[in-house]
Design a protein around this ligand. Structure first.
Ligand SMILES: Cc1cc2nc3c(=O)[nH]c(=O)nc-3n(C[C@H](O)[C@H](O)[C@H](O)COP(=O)(O)O)c2cc1C
Ligand code: SF4
Ligand code: SF4
Length: 237
């Protein structure tokens, strides 16, 4: 079984490319009560140097039993401590993270856009790079990392700066631009967006996955004061 989380599609694409024929591939968007399989794969984007917070919490609460466990992080730069966190979470369950890898992909964050030429290179080579990981997984290769407690000081500091720099933890829909197409409401993986008094409203459970921002057809959604531009737009094709 593969559990993935994905905002803009990178990790989703990788999860499906890694999946074997007939293997269950599940998008994390709510509590994972029980995971029981021969192999478990966890695929996710790196956010501020760690795993997405909601996924960490959900894995922590889940009952997991698997013989071979792997984690693949997708990142605009590097895995940070996200894979160490995955190893830590597995150790909490008495399991070992047998294989950990990071795949560089275009950056989904509108503050650090990947240049167009680099984006193309990364996407063009994705298939080959994922195939290499898939072969290693088939061979039950061991690639371990040291377990480290999730959300260490560095991660917390990055989140703080990220939100401060961007202006406050405030996603807003610009009333004038929003055409109430409901795409963001339907697409938010954690159902954090609703219509309230006729306008798009954000609740308090945002994972900062950027799916809504990058999906809005009229680019009405802002992160603080920032808006998507042609240069910062990204969704996995
Ligand atoms: C809020 C946010 C924070 C991010 N932080 C990092 C980071 O610390 N390091 C990094 O290499 N990439 C970072 N990224 C980039 C994503 O990890 C990367 O683009 C990932 O492949 C996106 O996957 P997805 O398309 O499945 O959502 C960040 C992206 C977002 C939206
Ligand atoms: S996706 Fe954009 S236009 Fe559509 S409802 Fe959301 S904010 Fe409004
Ligand atoms: S509100 Fe937007 S950024 Fe936050 S979790 Fe939902 S889709 Fe992702």
């Amino acid at each position: 079984m593969i559990v993935y989380f994905s905002g803009t599609g990178n990790s989703r694409s990788v999860a499906f490319k890694l999946g074997r024929e007939g293997e269950k591939i599940v998008e994390w968007n709510e509590d994972l009560a029980k995971i029981e399989d021969e192999r478990l794969g966890i695929v996710f984007p790196v956010y501020c140097g760690d795993m997405p917070a909601g996924l960490i919490g959900s894995l922590r609460r889940a009952k997991i039993s698997a013989k071979y466990v792997f984690a693949v992080a997708t990142a605009g730069g590097s895995a940070g401590r996200s894979l160490n966190s995955a190893a830590y979470l597995m150790r909490e369950k008495g399991l070992k993270l047998d294989y950990a890898a990071c795949l560089k992909m275009p950056d989904s964050c509108i503050m650090f856009p990947t240049p167009e030429a680099e984006k193309r290179k990364l996407l063009d080579s994705e298939e080959e790079r994922v195939s290499k990981i898939a072969s290693e997984l088939e061979a039950h290769a061991e690639k371990t990392v040291a377990p480290k407690k999730p959300f260490g000081f560095g991660t917390r500091a990055m989140w703080y700066l990220f939100r401060r720099v961007a202006g406050k933890i405030a996603y807003k829909s610009a009333g004038a631009e929003c055409v109430k197409c409901m795409l963001c409401v339907n697409e938010c993986p954690v159902k954090n967006i609703e219509v309230k008094d006729g306008t798009i409203s954000f609740k308090g459970a945002c994972e900062d996955c950027y799916r809504c921002i990058q999906s809005c057809p009229v680019r009405a959604i802002r992160f603080g004061k920032l808006k998507v531009t042609d240069k910062t737009y990204y969704k996995h094709p």
